[in-house]
Design a binder for this molecule. Sequence first.
Ligand SMILES: NC(=O)c1ccc[n+]([C@@H]2O[C@H](COP(=O)([O-])OP(=O)(O)OC[C@H]3O[C@@H](n4cnc5c(N)ncnc54)[C@H](O)[C@@H]3O)[C@@H](O)[C@H]2O)c1
Ligand SMILES: [Zn+2]
Ligand SMILES: [Zn+2]
Length: 380
Amino acid sequence: MARDGPPVRAYRGLARGGDPKAHPEPDAKNNAKDTKLKALYKAGAEPGLRLVDRPEPSAGPDEVKIRVLRAGICGTDLHIQAWDAWAAGAVNAPLVVGHEFCGEVVAVGDKVRDVRVGDMVSGEGHVVCGTCRNCRAGRRHMCIRTSGLGVNRDGAFAEYVVLPESNVWVHRDGIDPDLAAIFDPFGNAVHTALSFPLVGEDVLITGAGPIGLMAAAVARHVGARLVVITDVSEPRLALAERIGVDRAVNVATGRIVDAQRALGMVEGFDVALEMSGHPSALPEILANLNHGGRVALLGLPSEPVEVDWSRVITHMITIKGIYGREMFETWYAMSAMLRSGLDISPVITDRFPAADWPQAFATAAAGQRGKVVMDWTEVD
Ligand SMILES: NC(=O)c1ccc[n+]([C@@H]2O[C@H](COP(=O)([O-])OP(=O)(O)OC[C@H]3O[C@@H](n4cnc5c(N)ncnc54)[C@H](O)[C@@H]3O)[C@@H](O)[C@H]2O)c1
Ligand SMILES: [Zn+2]
Ligand SMILES: [Zn+2]
């Protein structure tokens, strides 16, 4: 799907230069008044989702309208479907849900400069304010007014979605749509895995969900020495073996310290990536870390976690929280690593037509498979 053609600016300049045929599609596709699309909708503050007809959105001046091709199901979507305490506190229902997706640009607003109709894109689902201290300093992933696609504004489980141009990532090298659909969680994995240098290090990853599995692949790709992953799900540990970890430990039946011994490790792990959200994971990490070890925390615990702070202090351990993706350094790293041979395709285990969304959600909720994607071109 690589797209050759005139330089981006020249192309847009031509379109703006007054030649009405240079850029004929956007207005036609953008002028969606009275047309409807199919979308997965959270109608109000209650459990459940419904596939309904919604008004088709149009791109504003700085926005891009995208025909959704594939979309990934995230734990967040399952929380919103179930309408648990987190969802009740965080989600602006009614709205269209979903934030992991890829698609093809069908219309761009007047002020859009670099994104073109026909581009294959993924979306960064964190829409930032642009004016807070962190935004102005270029630390947009720390914006104090982040609005989440499919959480605070209409999301991507729909035939079309609209995003600011600055939130769109164009795949210039060509990419499999299933992979492009999961750049959001892939970005969580990359942001976390690259937060500390991994070359030659022994890395422990707790949680072999889709994000932990992708982080294991990244750690391998960037030159970690040993990679050990934990989970309590045998099918997910088997996926980890396929990805090429040195040990996949079921912590329901085995111990990380035994894996260390079996691998000939004597001083503990250098870096740990917490990707389970389970309250027992961080204490287990601290018990298996070398002095001076570093911990990146991505998993969101649903209850308070007990930490042995004396150990953290006397072992000089660094703990860093990770949220979202760095905009857009993480995105550069993702595309670059795929280009240099990183293979995360084993993580995607299931694809359903969007029309079969209940089965897709049930498969994701069972927690025994890898990433589940939906095909939004098959919604009828
Ligand atoms: N900080 C962020 O920006 C951000 C973004 C996305 C996801 N998350 C969080 O990251 C985590 C991973 O996401 P995911 O989509 O891969 O989730 P997931 O729920 O699919 O994966 C978590 C895995 O942890 C396993 N697990 C349960 N108990 C365990 C234990 N004691 N030790 C080791 N593993 C255990 C589960 O079996 C599961 O396979 C989740 O907690 C999610 O909420 C955070
Ligand atoms: Zn997600
Ligand atoms: Zn901001």
